[in-house]
Design a binder for this molecule. Structure first.
Ligand code: G3I
Length: 323
């Protein structure tokens, strides 16, 4: 009953405007997406700058298309994300709003977006990346926390729950796969919110790995402590980047090592009873965010650009068959 997911590439534009988007442009991409995965996450399409590009104007087309695709292929949909410091539209970040106005804007956004997909999105990343690496709330970067105070986090969960009582509501972040200051900050916050009756249902770790670093040895223990609080857990954005050789093609050794990052992350999820959702952040190197953001790095997904599978793909399949 473990859902195996992927991000669906693309920005916020409709078919006619976004020729490079493989979800529209590549039949092979769609075939693999439909055939290999039981869960899909819009990679960008539900972020504020895309779904809410002008005040009060929503752009639901791209997500509607993904939701329809998922339904046709018997897949679940993860929602990403509602309260974040990044990829907010200019009208919001540069606007001059009073606190009351901002609060109303957030409430309306959450109720409109979550409400539209009521019953069709099984997990929502309500709050994304709200802590920094030291475990402090991002009180300057995050417009909501900065302008409205940390209490807005609980309100966001409450509004999302009102809009879709069936959806499981998550905290999601990177750098929280093992036990450290940041994951412990989430652990404490989750305890407080649960004690206050706030509808928080899950904690998820993104798992954007770089092969220059080792993996934390305590991933299972970390997910387990959230499980013990009664929360669901999930891996939501797994990819494994590496420094590429000059010809751009990873070596066999690199590919073998990459496979172990993938399988160890899957194993942590398999080891924890309430980890029911395991998502890759894309499945084909051509459409991965990694080379765009880290020059010289790449090959982070389980398939080469021509959809040829890597050792990481085979290792995951084998592990799932054995589980
Ligand atoms: O669609 C527009 C296009 O119209 C425009 O011409 C072009 C010019 O900049 O930008 C396009 O938007 C880009 C978008 O991806 C869609 O391709 C943005 O610039 C680019 O910044 C954006 O990057 C995304 C990134 O989040 C932004 O923060 C990545 O695709 C996406 O994979 C990445 O995902 C995040 C998760 O949401 C949260 N966790 C970390 C993860 C990796 O950074």
């Amino acid at each position: 009953d473990l859902l195996i997911g992927t991000a669906v590439a693309g920005g916020g534009h409709h078919e006619t405007m976004d020729y490079d988007n493989p979800f529209y442009a590549s039949p092979e991409y769609r075939t693999v997406l439909a055939g290999e995965f039981s869960s899909v996450t819009p990679e960008n399409q539900l972020k504020w700058e895309f779904v809410h590009p002008a005040q009060g104007e929503y752009n639901f087309g791209p997500t509607d298309d993904i939701v329809a695709f998922a339904r046709a292929n018997k897949q679940e949909v993860r929602g990403h994300t509602l309260l974040w410091h990044s990829q907010n539209p200019q009208w919001l970040e540069q606007g001059e709003f009073t606190a009351d106005e901002l609060r109303a804007i957030l409430k309306d956004h959450i109720q409109t977006v979550v409400g539209r997909y009521r019953g069709q999105i099984y997990q929502w990343d309500v709050a994304n990346e709200i802590f920094d690496g030291r475990g402090n709330l991002r009180t300057t970067e995050n417009i909501w926390i900065r302008e409205l105070g940390p209490g807005i986090i609980a309100d966001a969960f409450r509004w999302a729950h009102e809009a879709d009582p069936e959806a499981k509501l998550f905290f999601n972040d990177y750098g929280v796969e093992g036990i450290n200051a940041k994951s412990t900050a989430y652990y404490s916050l989750a305890q407080d919110l649960l004690a206050d009756g706030v509808p928080v249902h899950g904690f998820s770790a993104q798992a954007h790995w770089d092969m220059r670093w080792g993996l934390p040895g305590d991933m299972t223990a970390n997910l387990q402590r959230f499980d013990d609080l009664g929360l669901e857990t999930a891996i939501t954005e797994l990819d494994v980047r590496m420094t590429l050789p000059e010809d751009g093609r990873p070596t066999d050794e690199q590919l073998a090592q990459q496979a172990t990052y993938y399988t160890e992350t899957l194993q942590a999820c398999l080891d924890v009873a309430g980890c029911k959702s395991f998502t890759l952040w894309g499945f084909n190197d051509q459409y991965s965010w990694v080379p765009v953001f880290f020059s010289g790095s790449g090959a982070a997904t389980v398939m080469f650009e021509d959809f040829e599978t890597k050792p990481a793909y085979d290792a995951l399949v084998q592990q799932l068959e054995a589980a």
